[in-house]
Design a protein around this ligand. Structure first.
Ligand code: UDP
Length: 240
């Protein structure tokens, strides 16, 4: 299991749907605030926190292109959706007294800082939560890849994948199979060879090639995020 305060700097990746709550679309403010409290509790430990939030609660590039939209345009729309989610999280965190910066991979200087690596590192050193928005800034990627990329650039010690409705990686879909078994630990190679659903393949490859551990855990229980960092609760740890 994970040692208390084992990490000084981490990346938290959540999907856009994590902010949707009971709604089928968009943002559910009480849910955004609930997740912000999870982050606040970890921030209080003194851990330096990077965040990447997806955009699937608003728009996914693949869905747009399936409806006939040009793929890169649809992907830019998806990236813009992540900016809205980042701003919502920023607002919720600052409402709780946690200082933040939204750092966008696509320049929009009135709304968010541009991504400048050394500047972002400085924010982390000053204990500001850095919310990396607009994914990688490139179409044909996902926010999972953005999380893996920024985690490496920021020298995070692990990527924590906060999930809804599951507490780790299973050998088969636990919703469809009552006998599905959760892995406590699994290697990157097994994830790729068994096609386990963790992150998309390019994100997994980026994490694997740089020895960046992944921890998949549930965001459903209050205090669950902090618990994982303190070595409590169930999760799956993915390593080389
Ligand atoms: N996206 C992109 N490049 C990136 C990150 C995201 O083009 O580097 C687009 C892509 O269209 C994606 C959308 O933004 O579908 C939303 O991100 P994602 O699907 O990763 O969100 P999540 O599933 O985590 O909510």
């Amino acid at each position: 299991s994970i040692q208390p305060a084992a990490f000084q700097r981490i990346m938290l990746k959540i999907s856009g749907e994590a902010l949707m709550g009971p709604e089928g679309y968009g943002l559910h403010p009480p849910t955004v605030e609930r997740i912000a409290r999870e982050v606040q509790a970890v921030h209080a430990l003194g851990v330096e926190i990077c965040m990447v939030i997806g955009g699937g609660n608003v728009f996914r590039g693949l869905a747009g292109s399936a409806q006939g939209m040009e793929r890169t345009t649809a992907d830019y729309m998806g990236m813009l959706a992540t900016v809205m989610n980042a701003l919502a999280m920023q607002s919720a965190l600052e409402g709780l007294g946690v200082f933040t910066r939204v750092i966008s991979a696509i320049r929009m200087d009135e709304v968010a800082e541009p991504y400048i690596r050394r500047r972002a590192v400085r924010h982390l050193e000053k204990k500001r939560v850095c919310i990396f928005a607009a994914g990688t800034g490139n179409p044909y990627f996902t926010t999972d890849t953005a999380a893996a990329l920024r985690a490496n650039e920021m020298a995070c010690e692990a990527i924590l994948m906060g999930k809804n409705g599951t507490d780790g990686v299973y050998d088969k879909d636990p919703r469809a199979h009552a006998d599905a078994v959760r892995f406590d630990e699994v290697t990157f190679d097994e994830v790729l060879s068994k096609n386990l659903k963790v992150m998309d393949a390019s994100a997994i490859a980026l994490a694997r090639d740089n020895n960046m551990p992944l921890i998949v855990f549930s965001l459903d229980e209050p205090g669950g995020f902090r618990g994982i960092l303190e070595g409590k609760g169930t999760c799956t740890r993915i390593h080389a």
